[in-house]
Design a protein around this ligand. Structure first.
Ligand SMILES: NC(=O)c1ccc[n+]([C@@H]2O[C@H](COP(=O)([O-])OP(=O)(O)OC[C@H]3O[C@@H](n4cnc5c(N)ncnc54)[C@H](OP(=O)(O)O)[C@@H]3O)[C@@H](O)[C@H]2O)c1
Length: 269
């Protein structure tokens, strides 16, 4: 039996936002290993340069704040100028804020939506003309279990719910253009694999609900590439996340109780 693994993304042009750390960086590496040509984007130019240096293949790193439409337009232009097309857009860039609703400052909530929701909106809107011109494409939106089931101390949940809803709209609008839309809803990833929770602690050392099991960035990446290869619609994982999603649909009060039980005692008020 051959040990040579088939490369599923040979010469596909993949653009990943928020690819300087965490899931985005792990995904970029995995796509590169499977033959993709990569465009990686994030705000911090130094971190992005460092990330781009770690690839053996040709990678275009573009410093871009996805909350700013002009920067997103420039990102898409540079990607097309270099590679001629964009086959897969992975909307991965996002930030978190940990804190109860009555504490989070309105300006911080607006800034969170500017990245987590409007970043996805800008990237989708900017890439659509190119994908229509080239006759198709794939958009993969990284949402979260927290977007399917609101959790305490995370206005972030609402931003990811908006991403999931936007994805449904987009899927139907782009169907006739051979553009597929995938939504990935991972459960929580372990802290050591991501900068997410470190940057989310603006309001002090707030803890999220406990998670029965934590994912690694590599596990998320494996699911992401499989979903991309199979043009999946919605993927909720791991199993406990999927179970909560299903329970929330059929018995929301039970889901409330389950989530409430996972809240750290210090967060109850
Ligand atoms: N960590 C989890 O437990 C978890 C669970 C479910 C879903 N997710 C989702 O998975 C995705 C990746 O998260 P992660 O855990 O890998 O987080 P991470 O390590 O903090 O990575 C976030 C990335 O996004 C970039 N970014 C943030 N704001 C940006 C902006 N305005 N414009 C462009 N880039 C921006 C960051 O780089 P710069 O700061 O340099 O811009 C960084 O590269 C996110 O969509 C997150 O919501 C995470």
């Amino acid at each position: 039996m051959s040990t040579h693994k088939k490369k599923r993304f040979t010469d596909r042009v993949v653009l990943i936002t928020g690819a300087s750390t965490g899931i985005g960086l792990a995904a970029a590496r995995a796509f590169a290993q499977e033959g993709a040509q990569l465009v990686i984007a994030s705000r911090n130019a130094d971190r992005l340069r460092q990330a781009a240096e770690g690839f053996s293949t040709d990678v275009l790193g573009v410093s871009c704040d996805v909350s700013k439409r002009s920067e997103v337009d420039a990102l898409i232009e540079q990607a097309v100028a270099r590679f001629g097309r964009i086959d897969i857009l992975v909307n991965n860039a996002a930030v978190g804020i940990l804190g109860p609703l009555d504490v989070v400052q309105p300006a911080d909530a607006v800034a969170l939506f500017a990245t987590n929701f409007f970043g996805v909106f800008h990237c989708c809107q900017a890439v659509l003309p190119q994908m229509k011109r080239q006759g198709g494409g794939q958009i993969i939106n990284i949402a979260s279990l927290a977007g399917l089931r609101g959790i305490p101390n995370a206005i972030y949940s609402a931003s990811k719910a908006a991403v999931i809803s936007l994805s449904e709209t987009l899927r139907l609008e782009t169907k006739s253009h051979q553009i597929t839309v995938t939504v990935l809803c991972p459960g929580r990833v372990r802290d050591s694999d991501t900068t997410f929770f470190e940057t989310a602690k603006k309001y002090g050392p707030v803890e999220l609900c406990k998670s029965p099991a934590l994912l690694t960035a590599d596990e998320v990446t494996r699911v992401l590439l499989n979903a991309a290869a199979k043009h999946k619609r919605l993927v909720v994982f791991p199993f406990h996340a999927w179970l909560l999603y299903v329970i929330n649909r059929i018995a929301p009060r039970v889901a409330d109780a389950l989530v409430y039980r996972q809240m750290p005692q210090s967060r109850e008020h």
